[in-house]
Design a protein around this ligand. Structure first.
Ligand code: SF4
Length: 407
């Protein structure tokens, strides 16, 4: 998996949900000059190309420059006084920014919001986390023109190919493309995934934790897990990881927990070459006391915790009791910045995808988000958080693979 050294974030709809304050300020500017206020939904559809365009799109077509300027002035007066009354970071964003800093990633923000407001918001919500913030400035063309993106790259001292551009709009995806950067679209903001893809998104993220895999440094990851008492190994490729596990299981009895990761790795057939493997997904009788138990995790927190949701609870139980050794095999996509993000990833990414795989009629299978349902078909009945290895297991190891594996 490609590892990026720098991140350029959009602001509105990507790091911060600013809709409430933008809507209030636009409505204040419009109503002060006799025009109707606008709704948050109208605001959502009209932002993205600078505040002037938000006002322009909210006025009658024949409104002249003097009217636009007057409403814009009203917007600014209100916005300067109410910049973050209703604004807040999206869930998981502060933890992601802290995690990126811990991985040595350079972070900048590039916005079409006017420069002073962009800088004030960053100082208020993310003090000390962002190296450079640039908003709209006189004489500098707005995004998607690549001028300001190149300015950021030069200031950070990074190359386009080492930088991931992250935003929620078609303008953002075009900006990345125009500057020669990889474009990551986030689906929690103001635009749909279809618009992001139509405008060139190279990858999509439905949860902030999903961005971490593109920046994480395996050498730095080890520290959090070993501090919590887990052994840790890292392999660039699936085949390297499987070769390692073949040696681990050679001449031993092993059992698998239900795992799309192990399925994708082809681990069952590979490990049976050298030992005895039991897997209920292949119809084998259960082995409740194998020498080695292998499974994956729904999330690995950088702070060192291993998180699993379980329905039958066999996987969660066997990862804590009954074996001499337990191995958690995980792709980079399972990383999360901290424990709350890991739990959120488990419920909002892993569980909905497993519910769909199992054809369950749960709310999360319909829209990809956990609704904490009480459905008789719910797949998550136990949330297992290993804060440290079980004291009844002699060896517990995290085997991280530098690829995307499982959910
Ligand atoms: S509690 Fe219900 S909605 Fe939430 S992840 Fe589990 S099955 Fe899905």
């Amino acid at each position: 998996m490609k590892r990026y050294r720098a991140a350029i974030f959009d602001l509105d709809g990507t790091l911060l949900n600013t809709l409430g304050d933008l809507c209030a300020a636009a409505s204040a500017g419009l109503t002060a000059h006799g025009y109707p206020s606008i709704t948050e939904e109208q605001t959502r559809l009209r932002v993205g190309n600078g505040i002037r365009n938000l006002i322009l799109r909210s006025l009658p077509e024949d409104a002249g420059d003097s009217v636009i300027d007057a409403c814009l002035s009203g917007f600014r007066s209100h916005y300067e006084a109410h910049l973050h009354d209703l604004t807040h970071p999206y869930e998981g964003i502060p933890a992601l920014l802290h995690a990126l800093r811990s991985q040595g990633v350079k972070i900048a923000v590039l916005s079409n919001k006017y420069d002073r407001a962009a800088k004030r918001l960053i100082e208020h919500f993310f003090p000390g986390l962002i190296t450079l913030t640039l908003g709209e400035r006189p004489g500098i063309p707005r995004k998607p023109d690549p001028t300001s993106t190149r300015e950021v790259l030069a200031a950070l001292g990074v190359r386009p190919e080492d930088t991931l551009y992250i935003g929620d709009s078609g303008v953002d995806m075009q900006t990345a493309k125009n500057a020669g950067l990889t474009a990551a679209g986030v689906t929690w903001g103001f635009r749909s995934r279809e618009i992001l893809l139509e405008n060139g998104a190279d990858l999509l993220a439905d949860h902030p934790a999903q961005l971490l895999a593109h920046f994480a440094d395996p050498a730095r990851l080890q520290e959090g897990f070993t501090r919590c008492g887990f052994a840790f190994s890292y392999f660039e490729t699936s085949s390297q990881a499987v070769d390692y596990l073949k040696n681990v299981c050679r001449g031993k009895t092993a059992a698998f927990g239900g795992s799309m990761t192990l399925e994708t790795l082809g681990a069952y057939d590979a490990l049976r070459e050298g030992g005895t493997v039991h897997w209920h997904w292949r119809g084998d009788p259960p082995d409740t006391a194998p020498e080695v138990f292998l499974t994956s995790a729904n999330a690995l927190a950088l702070t060192g915790e291993v998180v699993n949701l379980d329905g039958n609870c066999n996987r969660a139980a066997a990862s804590m009791y009954g074996s001499d050794a337990v191995y958690f095999i995980c792709g980079m996509n399972k990383l999360a910045p901290d424990l709350p993000s890991a739990v959120s990833r488990t419920r909002n990414i892993a569980a909905p995808r497993n519910a769909r795989r199992l054809n369950r009629h749960t709310p999360c299978a319909a829209d990809g988000r956990c609704h904490d349902c009480r459905s008789p078909e719910r797949i998550c009945r136990a949330l297992a958080i290993l804060l440290a290895p079980s004291s009844s297991v002699k060896h517990t190891e995290i085997v991280l693979v530098g690829e995307t594996l499982g959910y």
